[in-house]
Design a protein around this ligand. Structure first.
Ligand code: PAF
Length: 284
């Protein structure tokens, strides 16, 4: 069932709750791929009812980012959701979510601001305000859908860690379920932004997963020193790549690691032309 308004979703969820059914929420920005479908599948298996939200959230895009050209494929998304057993596809308009569309800055809109320690690094350093937009919209979606479980991909690991922190700090009655990264056979992590990659760029994009897999292989051989683990990474990069970061951080609180351990996540972001790609790997 495709719904566009908050009132309709609330009505339906109220019915489900009266019947004592559990509700799963899979928040997305659409352009669904097999990565999203793995989250959806988990929710459909675990919960009595599943809501997939499809909303390209304007307040999590920074000036100059790809808000306007972000792929929008609602018809296709709806078909995929129906086939996967989703009960509601919630696709609100920007004005449904933000009625004062002219007033999206935090001068006028109430934002949920995650802690600076979590947002001043990795993607947050390059996308200032991004996680404020993410936390704000996800909090709104939680309030609208009131899910028992919410499913997020480990592909956006910093986002996942920040959202878990938000849920804990604000006592939001939802259980966040992390879902593993889905990769193409080549190793490339699935992302809606892969649509921007031409054939040659897609080959160049393999550098991310190659670097991460190589680091993990070295860690498994017993190398723990981050400097040593990072050394070989640069041999995978060429003039087509612009590396934003390659960092080792704690899986719970994002503290930097100089010596890697089983609770370490390796994060990478790089640009190929103007396409920005991210990936990460857990060393455990
Ligand atoms: O990961 C995403 O697609 C988005 O950041 C999310 C969680 C749907 C919020 O807009």
């Amino acid at each position: 069932m495709l719904l566009h308004t908050i009132a309709e979703v609330r009505e339906k969820v109220k019915e489900w709750k009266r019947e004592g059914l559990t509700v799963g929420l899979v928040p997305t920005m659409g352009a669904l791929h097999n990565g999203h479908l793995s989250l959806i599948k988990k929710s459909v298996e675990k919960c009595d009812r599943t809501v997939v939200s499809v909303f390209v959230n304007p307040i999590q895009f920074c000036p100059g980012e790809d808000l306007d050209k972000y792929p929008r494929t609602l018809d296709e998304d709806e078909k995929l959701c129906n086939a996967a057993g989703v009960d509601i596809v919630f696709a609100p308009s920007p004005t449904e979510m933000y009625p004062d569309a002219q007033m999206l800055s935090n001068d006028f809109l109430t934002y949920v601001i995650p802690p600076f320690f979590y947002t001043n690094k990795l993607c947050g350093k390059f996308r200032v305000g991004h996680f404020d937009g993410v936390c704000t919209v996800v909090n709104k979606l939680f309030n609208i859908v009131q899910p028992d479980f919410a499913f997020f991909g480990e592909k956006d690991r910093q986002q996942l860690i920040i959202l878990k922190k938000m849920v804990k700090d604000l006592n939001i009655p939802v259980e966040v379920i992390p879902c593993p990264i889905v990769r193409e056979e080549s190793g490339l992590a699935l992302s809606s932004r892969n649509k921007y990659l031409s054939g040659e760029d897609k080959v160049q994009a393999l550098a991310l997963s190659k670097i991460l897999f190589n680091i993990k292989a070295c860690y498994n051989k017993g190398i723990k020193d981050v400097k040593a683990l990072t050394e070989t990474a640069y041999s995978y990069l060429n003039e087509n790549h612009s590396l934003e970061y390659l960092e080792f951080r704690d899986a719970d609180n994002l503290e930097e690691k100089k010596i890697a351990d089983d609770n370490t996540i390796v994060f990478i972001a790089l640009k190929i032309g103007d396409v920005r790609l991210i990936d990460n790997i857990a060393l455990a």
